[in-house]
Design a protein. Structure first.
Length: 119
């Protein structure tokens, strides 16, 4: 009895494992992959990212740019695996995965990111 009380007492005094999310967040690793970033100016609308995506997360949608209306990637983050195949295949390196973790939304439709949102 005394042994189990001592053990319980030790556990109570330990630092908690849980974090007070969203105020507190886990430290990110160096290779963490988060929300995509797109440079609309250097995207050449080749659609290589959309073709390689294993989960069909990328739709090419009309986007207004200084060069006129172009097809650019719209990303469905709610289906994304964060595999970075789209980043790897992009010939102009205009699509990259960042350390942005802001995916805590109440409505999954808020995870559909138009090209203009991927800044
Ligand atoms: S990270 Fe992978 S799953 Fe996500 S959009 Fe890019 S290719 Fe598709
Ligand atoms: S983001 Fe890269 S791979 Fe995708 S359409 Fe633009 S240039 Fe092509």
């Amino acid at each position: 009895m005394l042994k189990s009380l001592t053990k319980s007492g030790k556990e109570v005094l330990k630092e908690p494992f849980t974090l007070q999310f969203p105020e507190e967040r886990e430290a990110l690793t160096d290779n963490y992959r988060g929300v995509h970033k797109l440079d609309i100016e250097t995207c050449i609308s080749c659609a290589a990212c959309a073709r390689i995506c294993p989960n069909q997360c990328i739709d090419m949608v009309d986007t207004f740019t200084d060069r006129g209306t172009k097809k650019m990637p719209e990303i469905h983050l709610e289906r994304c695996l964060f595999c970075a195949d789209c980043e790897e295949v992009c010939p102009t390196h205009c699509l990259v995965l960042t350390k942005d973790t802001s995916m805590d939304v109440y409505d999954r439709r808020d995870l559909i990111k138009r090209p203009e949102d991927l800044k």
